[in-house]
Design a protein around this ligand. Structure first.
Ligand code: HEM
Length: 428
């Protein structure tokens, strides 16, 4: 026994043992223990995911995760695999979620679904305006938004207890990303609702939310064309490369949708998980309070220790590839398990120990919580900055901050691929 329930024995020519169900509740409850067992078992383990007919390969060792994500023989778009019949996978998914055909492209043709030249072109055009300088320039606003949220916390407490997920971790990133993109203040509450509807995957609700969001962004683009500002949307409209190539309207809408959706829940749960981790480790918390300059290193370590994204999108082998000495056949799908890599004792000594001084300096990042390779997170610098400001502000403002329940009693929201708290009740 692997200790993971819900596994079935499958005929497996590669000898990788039992097939693991990645939707298994026990694995969602304890991904660290569950993936550690898979990591010790073999470089590649057979897995099933989201009712897919064919099993996938699950990769959990650090070096193997890095090599999958850094290898252009693996692609994100299965239609790019020569000779692979993906059937009408996309149509079936759109239909299952009640998404009308003309809106499907906005969620199925995002930057994460492109490879090769198409992907490089999108990265190039976005990077012209979504720059490190733009992120840095936003810092004072991130600080202001943080302070105003912190101001309101005492008034939101019930019996002295306030939920930091609801009142801090969620509102901060959504406000920041809307401000960056240029989504008007009055529309932000609506965006949070749309985001929830999309994530909930609730068929009817999702289709409606998608339609409304897409129409809304088209309208915003028209408004910015007529009256440009300094926001990212205006930047995207104006951006072109040396050859005069620019983003089309559909591409801009898809991109804005991706930025808002990729940028708010992930960052919210880094803040939630990170605050919970610090409060559960008083020694580390005291060290950080004493030496605020440790903050960038602390954020790297919190991303490693309790990052919110557990695995990447599936990658498809364009040809036969060997991973960790085991064969992946052309057309087969691979899941790179980031939490497996980030807790691999081959790379991180005592991986279960939270140590905010683990990285030698604030610029380095050994963990793969933001992915790796060509699809490395476009928003990593922004997310890190938000987390730094959020942790810093919270600790300064509320020196007596404490969990209102024991760390082991924190309510987790069980969702495949995501490590997140449903609530984070604290006393200020
Ligand atoms: C890609 C994680 C915040 C935008 C990724 C990937 C990961 C990730 C793991 C790679 C997925 C893959 O290779 O399959 C995170 C985490 C975040 C975060 C843990 C917060 C703590 C953000 C923010 C933004 C953003 C704030 C936008 C402002 C993107 C985009 C991609 C991406 C656009 C796709 C890049 C590409 O395909 O080239 N993110 N992300 N993310 N992320 Fe993030």
């Amino acid at each position: 026994g692997t200790g993971i329930t819900g596994t079935t024995r499958a005929a497996d020519p590669a000898g990788a043992g039992e097939t693991v169900n990645l939707m298994d509740v026990e694995l969602m409850r304890d991904p660290f223990g569950g993936y550690a067992r898979l990591r010790e078992r073999a470089p590649l383990v057979r897995g099933t995911f989201f009712g897919r007919g064919t099993p996938i390969w699950v990769v959990t060792r650090y070096d193997d995760v890095k090599s999958v994500l850094g290898d252009t023989r693996f692609v994100n778009d299965p239609t790019g695999v020569p000779g692979l019949d993906v059937g009408n996978l996309r149509e079936r998914e759109a239909e299952a979620r009640g998404i009308p055909e003309e809106y499907a492209r906005y969620i199925f043709d995002g930057i994460l679904d492109t490879d090769g030249e198409d992907h490089l072109r999108l990265r190039r055009l976005v990077s012209r305006t979504f720059t490190a300088r733009r992120v840095l320039a936003l810092r004072p606003r991130v600080e202001e938004i943080t302070e105003s949220l912190l101001d309101r916390l005492p008034g939101l407490a019930r019996d002295d207890v306030v939920d930091l997920i609801e009142h801090f971790a969620y509102p901060l990133p959504i406000t920041v990303i809307c401000e960056l993109v240029g989504i008007p203040q009055e529309d932000r509450r609506q965006w949070r609702e749309w985001g929830k509807a999309l994530v909930a995957l609730e068929a009817g609700g999702m289709a409606a939310a998608l339609r409304e969001m897409v129409d809304h962004i088209h309208e915003l683009i028209a408004r910015r064309r007529a009256a440009p500002t300094g926001d990212l949307l205006t930047g995207l409209i104006r951006t072109h490369d040396e050859d005069g190539d620019r983003l089309g309207d559909t591409e801009m809408v898809t991109l804005v949708l991706t930025l808002v959706l990729a940028g708010h829940e992930t960052t919210a749960h880094l803040i939630g998980n990170g605050v919970a981790a610090l409060l559960a480790h008083p020694g580390q918390l005291a060290l950080l309070r004493e030496e605020p300059a440790l903050m960038p290193r602390a954020v790297h370590e919190l991303m490693r220790w309790c990052g919110p994204v557990q695995g990447t999108r599936l990658r498809y082998a364009k040809e036969d590839v060997e991973i960790g000495g085991m064969p992946v056949r052309k057309g087969e799908a691979v899941m790179a398990v980031l939490v497996g890599a980030n807790h691999d004792p081959r790379v991180f000594a005592e991986p279960g120990r939270l140590d905010i001084t683990r990285e030698p300096d604030g610029r380095r990042e050994t963990h793969v919580g933001f992915g790796s390779g060509l699809h490395y997170c476009l928003g990593a610098a922004l997310a890190r900055q938000e987390a730094e400001v959020a942790f810093g502000g919270l600790l300064r403002r509320y020196p007596g901050l404490a969990l209102a329940v024991a760390p082991e009693d924190l309510d987790r929201e069980l969702m495949p691929g995501s490590w997140r708290l449903a609530r984070l009740p604290v006393r200020l």
